[in-house]
Design a protein around this ligand. Sequence first.
Ligand SMILES: [Zn+2]
Length: 415
Amino acid sequence: MHPARMIAAALPALLIASAAHAQLPVPNRDPRVRQALEHARAGEPQTIEDQIAICQIEAPPFKEQRRAEDFRRRLEALGLRNVRIDAEGNVIAERPGNPGEPVVVISGHLDTVFPEGTDVTVRREGTTLRAPGIGDDCRGLAVLLGVARALDQARVRTRGTIVFVGTVGEEGAGNLRGVRHLFSTELRDRVDYFISVDGTGLGLTKDAVGSHRYTVTYRGPGGHSYGDFGAPNPVHALGRAVAKVAEFQVPADPRVTFSVGVVEGGTSVNSIAMTASMQVDMRSVDAAALDALDARFQAAIRQALDEENARWSRGDRLVLEIDTIGIRPAGKQPADATIVRAATDAGRALGFDVPAIASSTDANIPISLGVPAVTIDGGGRGGGAHSLGEWFDTTDSHLGTQWALLFVLTLAGVR
Ligand SMILES: [Zn+2]
């Protein structure tokens, strides 16, 4: 290839690389932005009222509809455009900017881990709110409303378009179904930056901990422990498999983890079981390392089957079934990635440092697709997430709303 053409061909990649590391100015000196920040602070009591009201509508896994309808009405009341619930159940609302400018999604998740019938009444003791889901993620949803309200009150106009989203299926068995749908269908190829606001504090998740989770079942005809002795035994096959998993050596960096979380099987002490199963969780921020562990795992559970079947000559052979509980893709972003810098710089402009961690959140999907994405905490302090004792302390929680606001404006740009 002609050298000039080679340079031309390489140019788009270079531009993309430098754009991904560009430092965007934090617009905290813009008079309208300062007004919006002041509205976010003064409006924090309303944001907390929203947080409480949202929390008191149950949203069990796969049953987020009532909370979604309510969230849709709240977004409509703030004058946002094209407010809708998509085919998967996500609530979406737009604050249009100029065409051709970045599209910035800011989202929170609608679902909780709690089953139907959980008491979600919020109890207030001084600055502390107590209820399941109050932080994770009623806080994120309320911050979205606080940001939209402050932008509206200060009449801030942005260059880019801001899309507010309440996602379904972030927790456990939901397997990120809401955010998957956004990136595969609803907002496919439209998103330049993705922010999830999830939980409490003032930290940042920049790396996506991926997870592979399976149920593995060994199955056979079963029989009498004495009369049918000499036939392969599903519990013994499972024991072989667990022993192999337990001996896996994994790197410390990148961190790779594995755990057999649940084992089940058998019916009585004098029976050869018909089934024995385990649930396994494997995690890493490094996609290749996680895939490598998965491959070893798949080999180990098959080897356990073969060994148990080879050990005995009587009866039918055992079979192996593998069911996927969930696959969440992994991914890492450099500390100087544009979106990571924008989050950190926005925090610093408000007077605090932002610690960065790796976690498993809605941002896993865009990060794995190469779309710049992070998850930020929603401010305040909290604890007991995923438990009935969950709590949220509202002290200085306006900083979370202000941070989300300034971060979004840094990415979208102010007109
Ligand atoms: Zn959450």
